[in-house]
Design a protein around this ligand. Structure first.
Ligand SMILES: [Zn+2]
Length: 347
């Protein structure tokens, strides 16, 4: 490179660096990681915060991802993701953890084909009697586990260069087991080094409170924590308590039955959301379906359910129940961004 060109290039680099630092508004910041790299809040747009593209329930000791027919999974998932994009959704957060079928290269291929942004994760799933935990969780310390997850954050997952966007862990009902406590502690350590949000599949409100206590003790602010499957806890007061501390309350099981949402679930979710709104906690609430997916080990991947029904069937009901456009945008756009942006949140 000649000298003059060098100066021109480095000057424009310096200029864009300075303008980015000084004048970047929240919408222009690139602090959401996807399987295709960082994007801005604006690009993230309307987001479904808890869905799946594939899941393999065989267990950590038997899983063999080399046997998957990725072309077939791709062909099966593609039309569902295209329909979601056509419904106005820009981002899908894929919550299948490691040892349950997490497939970053497949997600990247689907993201490129559809234009939908896809987020994947690091972390381990501790619920269901530790069936999905690799053996090393028993012998390693939280710090050693955190180092494994941080390696994925720093270098990408399994040599793909694709980085996780958040952590997905899981615990059962209270009192949570020692191994599950270890996962939560590892997640807190990972957060402090990376700013990755901790999403935890949580068996009950009591378990959620235990998790919050562990992360807060390590200096992590509750706003770095998403209580996944909060709908499993019927005591609304526990949702309110966790949200008032700053945690994200994720009502994410609005899954369709066949080709529509069930009336009972729809009613239950409207109640949850109206309760959060009444308590002025809508800004701490996430909404998703837990829909999809290609079920490995079943014939042709089983019954893949659509992702777009939330927009067709549920959002109109929110408007019917006095939710404003701004509140719907909060649930499906503002809150996912605030919950999943890469940011270290300390006490
Ligand atoms: Zn799920």
């Amino acid at each position: 490179m000649n000298r003059r060109l060098f100066f021109r290039v480095s000057f424009s680099g310096l200029f864009s660096f300075l303008t980015h630092k000084i004048w970047a508004t929240e919408a222009e910041k690139v602090d959401i990681m996807t399987v295709r790299g960082f994007i801005s809040k604006q690009k993230m747009g309307i987001t479904l915060s808890h869905e799946h593209i594939l899941v393999d329930f065989i267990g950590a000791d038997k899983i063999d991802m080399t046997t998957y027919n990725y072309d077939k999974i791709y062909e099966t998932a593609l039309p569902f993701l295209q329909a979601l994009k056509a419904a106005g959704c820009q981002t899908l957060i894929e919550c299948t953890p490691n040892y349950l079928g997490r497939s970053p290269l497949l997600f990247k291929r689907l993201s490129e084909a559809t234009g939908l942004h896809i987020l994947t994760n690091t972390g381990y799933y501790g619920a269901v009697d530790h069936k999905y935990l690799p053996a090393h969780v028993r012998t390693e310390t939280p710090k050693q586990l955190a180092n494994r997850w941080l390696k994925e954050w720093n270098e990408g997952i399994d040599g793909t260069g694709i980085k996780p966007s958040f952590m997905k862990i899981s615990v059962g009902d209270a009192p949570i087991s020692d191994l599950q406590r270890k996962l939560v502690a590892a997640a807190a350590l990972t957060h402090l080094q990376s700013g990755l949000t901790i999403c935890s599949h949580t068996g009950s409100g009591g378990a959620g409170m235990e998790e919050l206590e562990i992360i807060e003790k390590q200096g992590v602010h509750p706003s770095a924590f998403v209580w996944v499957h909060a709908q499993n806890e019927q005591k609304r007061e526990l949702h309110f308590e966790a949200a008032r501390k700053g945690a994200w309350i994720s009502f994410d099981g609005l899954y369709p039955a066949e080709s529509k949402l069930s009336e009972q679930t729809t009613k239950q979710y409207l109640d949850f959301l109206m309760g959060m709104k009444r308590e002025k906690l809508l800004h701490k609430t996430l909404l998703s379906q837990d829909s999809g997916w290609y079920n490995i080990g079943t014939a042709n991947g089983g019954n893949y359910l659509p992702y777009d029904l939330i927009f067709k069937d549920f959002v109109p009901k929110l408007y019917d129940n006095s939710f404003t456009k701004k509140e719907v945008k909060m649930l499906l756009q503002e809150n996912p961004y605030q919950a999943f942006r890469i940011k270290i949140k300390t006490n």
